[in-house]
Design a protein around this ligand. Structure first.
Ligand SMILES: [Zn+2]
Length: 111
C-alpha cells in the first residue's frame, strides 16, 4: 500500500530530524555542565534549548499522528473519518496521509 510506505518514510524522516535537533541542543554538549561560561552564554544556551525542545515536541506529536495512521492501516480503518466515519477524500489523504478527520469534521473540531 502506497500510503503506508509514505507514512513509514515520513516517520523515519521525522525521527531522524529529532535526532538532528537533539545534537543541536546546547544542553547535550558534553562541555556544557563543566564550562564556566559568562551569564549571557548561559542565557543564549537556554533560549536555544527551549527552541529546540519545542521543535522536538512538534516532531514527536507528528510521529504520534503517523503512528496512529499506521495503526489504522493495519486495522483496515485507514482513510475513514474518526468522527463521521465517512471516507476521507483521496485528495486530502494525498496531502495529509495522517489525517484522522474529513475536512468538515476538522473544521467543526477547530471551532
Ligand atoms: Zn467527518
Amino acid at each position: 500500500m502506497e500510503q503506508k510506505k509514505r507514512l513509514e518514510e515520513e516517520r523515519r524522516r521525522s525521527l531522524d530530524q529529532i535526532e538532528e535537533l537533539k545534537k543541536d541542543d546546547p544542553f547535550t554538549d558534553p562541555d556544557h555542565a563543566s564550562d564556566n561560561a559568562a551569564v549571557d552564554t548561559d542565557v543564549r544556551e537556554q533560549v536555544g534549548h527551549d527552541t529546540i525542545e519545542a521543535q522536538i515536541n512538534d516532531m514527536q506529536k507528528r510521529v504520534g499522528q503517523i503512528d496512529s495512521a499506521l495503526r489504522k492501516i493495519n486495522k483496515n480503518q485507514f482513510g475513514y473519518c474518526e468522527r463521521c466515519k465517512k471516507a476521507i477524500p483521496h485528495a486530502r489523504l494525498e496531502l495529509i496521509p495522517e489525517a484522522s478527520f474529513c475536512i468538515d469534521c476538522e473544521k467543526h473540531l477547530r471551532k
